[in-house]
Write a protein that binds this ligand. Sequence first.
Ligand code: BES
Ligand code: MN
Ligand code: ZN
Length: 503
Amino acid sequence: MLTHLIKKSVQEIKCPTLIVFSKASSQKEKLAEITHKELNKSLAEAIQDKHITGKHCEIILYREMNFQGYRHVIVIGLGKSSDINHEKIRQASASAYDAVKSLKSAEAAFHFDGITTSLKDSSSYIKAVTEGLHLASYSFEQFKSKKSDNKNEITFHICSQNAADKNVKKGFEEGVVLASCVNFSRNLGDTPGNLMTPEILAHNAVQAAKGTGVKVQVWNKARIKKEKMGGLLGVSMGSSEEPRFIIMEYKGAKATDKPLIYVGKGLTFDCGGISIKPSASMEDMKYDMCGGANVIGTILAIAKLKLKINVIGLIPSTENLAGPSATKPGDIHTARNGKTFEVNNTDAEGRLILADALSYASELKPQMILDAATLTGAMVMALGNTHTGYFTRHAELSKKVEKAAEVSGEWVWRMPLTDYHVQDMKGTFADLSNISSGKGAGSATAAAFLEQFVGEGIPWAHFDIAGTGWAVGNRLNYCSKKGASGAMIRTFVEFAKAASGTK
Ligand code: BES
Ligand code: MN
Ligand code: ZN
């Protein structure tokens, strides 16, 4: 799919399909309105009959309408004017994409100015439009012999009188970069475990970083051992695939500026190890590297947007299988920071690989650490697939997270993390146990375990994306039904943007 921003009115474009928008009225007795004057007149009857209501994401197709040189016209509902926000526009744009696709049209003119007539900031709205279109265009079909329709061949001409405006252009380009990085991470997530091993994940990070200014280092098993990463090594022992530790570095600010570090769980397949999982839905555990994939996407986006900030991405990556050398329940390993832990359940492996990554991150003297992980089933129980639960003890950091998520449109929810949760993670024979001695609060006790590896005084937040990492398409029309979502990439990039001061 291609999007072009052009300084033309839709009247000046020659292509088969026109996309316009309708707004619902706030007053009951009043009718909907189409954001294109002449069309509003032509379709007065349809509006009168309440065929067009302007309801958010309503899709009305007029095939062969032959209006002002356009063969087809698509009217997409924006909802009530007073309710319009970036997320509504993102979703309405995704609906526009779906409509053009279902028409099997190859080209469409997008009447952007109709959206923003009553809105001040065109730049952020055009960003939402390009995000919506590009995110909706994602599909994972490389393993189907028969591809569906004309999916990736659609061209959208986004028409705006403000197209030459510096900020509008910037908003447009930002939307394209962000969405393409999200789609890149989604593809890593959707690729099955046999084709997305730690080695392949690392290779993808190296390849994608070329030409972006991101420096990538990949540590192999021997190096991981040398670096005393007992958590990552311990989890990898049940598999014949070697683990990898991926380090991505982008310097957009002064060398002396402390980096913002992102850590992501890169578990390319989690069968649970010796504490093996039940078979039902085990195939979903190919998504257990989504935290890592999304950190890779975050670093790439920050570099491509040339944000004035230093960032580092750390992705510990391994399989968690039950081979002959696998870690056994009761085994004790030592993490990089010297703390020992009993592995009382080999399925609680994410925290073990993150332990080493967080220890290493802390040594790099960061200004902050954010991590993303498909860490606990308990998170899915608590928040389903609507919100990403996040944990931090740092009030200031929490405010920044909320602000970034507000801008990105991703939903986050702060969860508790207290000394009581830490208490539950004490070991019997080692410093720590990898599972809680108490009942419930499985996501909070996992966070408490992670906290033991974050250096004193470093602001840190942990994002458990177990519920939001994939299969959110029932809720968000710009995400695929079952596939990876790219959760938190947009929020993480927004966070970096705010931290860099280039707002
Ligand atoms: N990767 C899983 C968490 C998960 C489960 C994510 C389902 C998404 C959907 C993680 O490694 C895991 O297995 N966690 C265990 C921890 C438990 C043994 C303390 C869990 O949540 O059951
Ligand atoms: Mn597990
Ligand atoms: Zn896991």
